[in-house]
Design a protein around this ligand. Structure first.
Ligand SMILES: [Fe+2]
Length: 297
């Protein structure tokens, strides 16, 4: 899954090597410079992902794919996409070359600007790469920004990040982002559905997260999530399930100060671990991970 070929990624990023970077790390997307092959790569990624997601993604996400016209052929032009998104919830999508520093990232989110990687993943890494490209950021993250409740949550996360920087709690807050915004599941009337962008932009994990008997699936609990380590180079061993976007927004609306005080005294939880307070939805076999460990040893 992590067949990393950094040179292929570097080649895709090369187009922005001489781009002027603004103080907030944004650049000009230079949309006309994408090649026909890159537009075709987007179309193929989009088609196969939507096929996998049409029965697995949450309804808010699927609806926004259409309302934002993300199904139109070719790599999206972020300006045009923002012009469709902004009247809905106030968000704009701004192009960047790489991950941006935490203070810059939080400032963007707090002001309803979503920074999106402008390069597209190389052909050799269609299913997964560790750094965010335009497919992950736009196909994975942007649709739910059209949902007013989710939009509130992401903006509040940005503001919470600005506060967390003053008290050395970013690792805890990052776990909230990881286990919801990137790898979250949500309960719906039709059963569990996907909403995390890290899952949406990987067809293999879209199936694994919902259908494999290997991972644990546990009801979301803010403090529990903030204590839980995560792995960045494989499927998740535990997925957390929110009841709804409203419930997520409400859980995260409180002042995190007392929570951070408790977390500073609490031990971390390993990604494979279940704890007595967990509301376990599925107890995973972890067989997929054990098999990989055997192969590696
Ligand atoms: Fe992401």
């Amino acid at each position: 899954m992590t067949n990393t070929t950094p040179t292929a990624v570097a080649e895709e990023k090369n187009r922005y090597k001489s781009a002027k970077r603004n103080a907030d790390y944004t650049i000009d997307q230079d949309w006309t410079s994408y090649t026909p092959e890159e537009h075709d790569r987007w179309d193929r990624l989009f088609a196969r992902s939507r096929d996998v997601l049409k029965t697995r993604a949450c309804p808010e996400y699927l609806e926004a794919l259409d309302t934002l016209q993300l199904s139109a052929s070719g790599i999206p032009n972020m300006e045009a996409l923002s012009d469709r998104l902004e009247p809905m919830t106030g968000w704009r999508v701004v192009p960047v070359t790489d991950l941006v520093p935490d203070p810059v990232f939080f400032d963007h989110l707090a002001n309803k600007r979503f920074p999106a990687g402008a390069f597209i993943r190389p052909e050799s890494q269609l299913d997964y790469l560790e750094e965010p490209d335009i497919f992950h950021d736009i196909f994975g993250h942007v649709p739910l920004l059209a949902d007013p409740v989710y939009s509130d949550f992401i903006q509040a996360y940005g503001k919470g990040g600005q506060r967390a920087m003053t008290r050395d709690c970013l690792p805890n807050l990052a776990r909230l982002y990881w286990y919801t915004v990137e790898f979250g599941l949500v309960l719906s009337p039709d059963g569990l559905k996907l909403f995390g962008a890290g899952i949406m932009s990987s067809t293999a994990e879209s199936v694994f997260a919902l259908e494999s008997d290997s991972p644990h699936r546990v009801a979301f609990d803010l403090e529990r999530v903030m204590r839980t380590n995560y792995i960045i180079d494989d499927f998740q061993k535990t997925y957390f399930v929110i009841d709804s976007f409203e419930a997520l927004r409400e859980a995260c609306a409180a002042d995190f100060g007392p929570l951070y005080d408790r977390l500073s005294q609490a031990s971390d939880i390993d990604p494979h671990e279940l704890v007595p307070s967990d509301a376990v939805i599925d107890r995973g076999t972890l067989a997929y991970f054990a098999a990989k460990d055997r192969l590696a040893s």
